[in-house]
Design a protein around this ligand. Structure first.
Ligand SMILES: Nc1ncnc2c1ncn2[C@@H]1O[C@H](COP(=O)(O)OP(=O)(O)OP(=O)(O)O)[C@@H](O)[C@H]1O
Ligand SMILES: [Mg+2]
Length: 703
């Protein structure tokens, strides 16, 4: 436990985790071996007799640690392969040409993407890299409609414009899938400010540094101009900035919506939790209005259908309830954005859950969906549901977006398998990913991206015998970690794969109990979404292991059918909520956990980088200055948390208060009545506690 010994450990490559494991193993070795080595025996004897010091054990401890962790002998070599200081040099093809970088900067709805796409369409060849499947889809469609044959590439999908599956000169893809080896005349990198994203930012850094195109059109917030210029300084490329202004006015209203009775056609209510989506849509339908629903974990087909329904002037559905899944680049016919709340649950870089006010950048992105140019609304409006949120929202929207300053970009997990290769031990694979992160040397401009998902899968499949490449590919699969059914399926895929038994369509149908019926309640709807993710996972793996996942065509077919079934569920969402609530025990009105995986949007919609690529996966990143300026908005958050605490019943009480069904006075009264009854043991819980208490007493007495 002494600091000096820990320091000695670190000098020899034993960080706290390895030190602890080596210590347990060393102690076990000494305590449980029938005979320890002679030299160690003598030292132990000396220590026991007072002739030696306990520190004398350190060389033996280290010798033991090196036996169980052989990589400790190669720390210098590991350090070398973790040297990530010159990301621009990972892309020799891009460095061999002089690229022209054009930055289309401006607020939302200013025509940035439009202008970049005009150039893309007029070029002989081009690649569009977007953050969402839906955006890639939109460009794929636009291009083909304009008679410019364009393919679509996402993690799980390849659609060829040419019937004979010949590659078209144009391609629209999710950014993780872009090729840095194929030459293009024009490349478009959309939503460049995503480079700050701790989990996906690496894909933007990689595209920016590595795309092999004569012209690179970058679209995004002006706050990212400095960063792009700085990065391009290291590659010796100049950046031309083209500034745009919003094409239609956007007004922040000075009154909140206050009640859903005040909804008007073209309104979109933005929620940050699935529960709120369900609750709001139910209340809207209770008022006899139809609404469309879009949230991240819905399949793309359902999202598109819901968007189409809302956009269709002849459809009676004129209200949209959505999460910030609509926040990036999408063109919807929205007149007014109404923030149902301005706090959003997130997972920080350490994997901890946080609730924080939305950032200015997020608020602008979402608000920017109102009054899109070319839609039926010539101007946009934005407000909040509640007065106090509106005050805060005005402040957030008024703040300047802090400049995006990149601090890191590193080959993500690629160095890990190289290192593991040296030792060929699957158990080391997980440990090595940690060591890699701690050893990696980065330039001051970059830092290593979050590889938690990679590590999660590495741990999960650790015991399954797989060769290195397969293990690596499995570890990079797009997995929704929060959905146990998807996780266990990945495990089953890996197990069957390791036995060399192909994962057939029949197997998948048996496992998912396909064919599935329309959902009868919200729980079933969520399960169907998870099955959709499982099909995505299958398709993703089928592109990497064609022989072991041979039935992609059939799976794509049933996935489309499932998409339709989910759509039916979403259309009947109110009925599903009612069914869920009547089935739930009294007092358990929650239909899904509050922390539904918002982050999944990105994972599921984008897929991941083809793992077979040996090219360094770079990871981008955000600077310290970029982190949410939490300190700048503690007051509202603080009071919100206080509110929640003082309401003491979590979101149900909060919601009842908001809907005016409860007043604070009534809540206080209920609370004191409940406590009285509790004290008098009139409730089940109370009497149970009393039972426990009395049995404890009895036990005490007996003792
Ligand atoms: N000059 C133009 N002529 C015709 N339509 C245009 C023009 N400029 C923009 N549009 C249309 O206006 C809408 C908004 O433009 P665009 O999507 O390019 O905005 P953006 O600045 O990229 O917004 P965001 O930041 O939300 O991605 C799109 O439907 C686009 O087709
Ligand atoms: Mg855009």
């Amino acid at each position: 436990k002494r600091k000096e010994i820990q320091r000695l450990g670190v000098e020899n490559g034993l960080d706290a985790r390895l030190f602890h494991q080596a210590f347990i193993s060393f102690r076990k070795y000494i305590m449980e071996s029938s005979s320890v080595s002679a030299d160690l025996h003598i030292i132990l004897n000396d220590i026991c007799c007072g002739a030696g010091h306990v520190d004398d054990l350190f060389p033996f401890f280290l010798r033991h640690a090196k036996q169980i962790f052989p990589m400790l002998d190669c720390m210098d070599d590991l350090r070398k392969i973790s040297d990530l200081r010159l990301p621009p040099n990972w892309y020799p093809d891009a460095r061999a040409i002089q690229r022209k970088i054009i930055f289309h900067a401006g607020p939302t709805n200013s025509g940035k993407t439009y202008h970049a796409i005009q150039r893309f369409l007029s070029a002989k060849s081009g690649i569009y890299c977007g953050p969402l499947k839906l955006l890639a889809h939109e460009i794929f469609q636009k291009s083909n409609d304009a008679n410019v044959p364009c393919d679509l590439v996402t993690g799980e999908e390849r659609v060829f414009a040419n019937e004979d599956a010949r590659q078209a000169p144009h391609v629209a893809c999710t950014i993780e899938m872009c090729s840095t080896n194929t030459p293009y005349e024009v490349a478009v990198i959309d939503e460049i400010q995503m480079i700050r994203d701790p989990a996906r930012g690496w894909a933007w850094t990689r595209a920016l540094l590595g795309l092999c195109a004569e012209e690179i059109h970058v679209c995004g917030e002006p706050a990212a101009i400095d960063l792009v210029t700085e990065l391009m300084y290291t590659t010796g490329e100049e950046v031309e900035v083209r500034n745009y202004k919003r094409l239609t006015p956007l007004t922040v209203l000075d009154y909140p919506l206050e009640s859903l009775d005040n909804l008007r056609p073209g309104d979109c209510i933005v929620c940050f939790s699935k529960n709120d989506i369900y609750s709001v849509s139910r209340q809207i339908e209770a008022r006899g209005l139809e609404c469309a629903v879009i949230y991240g974990s819905l399949p793309p087909g359902t999202k598109l259908e819901q968007a189409k329904k809302f956009n269709d002037p002849d459809d009676p559905c004129k209200i949209l309830v959505a999460t910030d899944a609509i926040g990036m680049g999408l063109n919807l016919c929205i007149r007014r954005i109404i923030f149902n709340s301005i706090v959003k649950p997130t997972v920080n870089e350490k994997g901890e859950k946080e609730i924080d006010s939305i950032t200015t950048s997020q608020a602008l992105q979402i608000a920017g969906r109102a009054g899109r140019f070319g839609s039926s609304f010539k101007q946009g409006e934005v407000t909040a549901m509640h007065r106090d949120d509106l005050v805060r929202l005005r402040e957030i929207l008024g703040e300047a977006v802090p400049p995006v300053r990149v601090r890191a970009s590193v080959p993500g997990y690629t160095a890990v398998p190289w290192a593991a290769l040296w030792y060929s031990d699957p158990k080391l694979f997980c440990l090595l990913s940690d060591i890699f992160v701690s050893l990696s040397q980065v330039d001051g401009m970059y830092f290593v991206c979050n590889i938690d998902d990679f590590k999660f899968i590495a741990d999960m499949i650790q015991h399954i015998p797989l060769n290195l490449r397969s293990r690596y590919v499995f570890c990079t699969a797009p997995l929704n970690r929060k959905e146990p059914f998807v996780c266990t399926t990945l495990l089953k895929f890996a197990r069957q794969f390791s036995r060399n038994e192909p994962l057939t369509f029949d197997w998948l149908c048996r496992h998912t109990k396909w064919p599935l019926a329309a959902p009868k309640n919200i729980k079933e709807l969520i399960h169907l979404e998870a099955v959709h993710d499982v099909f995505d996972l299958y398709l993703w793996l089928s592109y990497r292991f064609l022989d072991m996942f041979p039935d992609a065509v059939l799976v794509r077919d049933i996935q489309k059918k499932l998409d339709d079934i989910i759509q039916i569920g979403v259309c009947n969402i109110t009925k599903l909520i009612r069914a869920s609530q009547s089935a739930a025990a009294p007092g358990t009105a929650e239909v899904v956990p509050e922390d539904f995986p918002l982050s999944k949007d990105a994972r599921v919609v984008s897929g991941r980088q083809g793992a077979a690529s040996t090219e360094a996966l770079s990871i981008a990143v955000e600077a310290a200055g970029l982190r949410r300026a939490r300190s700048s908005r503690p007051s509202r958050l603080g009071s919100r948390q206080e509110d929640l605490k003082s309401y003491g019943r979590g979101s149900l009480a909060n919601r009842l208060l908001r809907e005016g069904l409860l007043t604070q006075e009534m809540l206080r009264q209920l609370e004191s009545e409940w406590q009285d009854q509790h004290r008098n043991g009139r409730y089940g819980i109370g009497s149970k506690r009393d039972d426990q208490h009395s049995s404890k007493e009895t036990r005490k007495k007996r003792k």
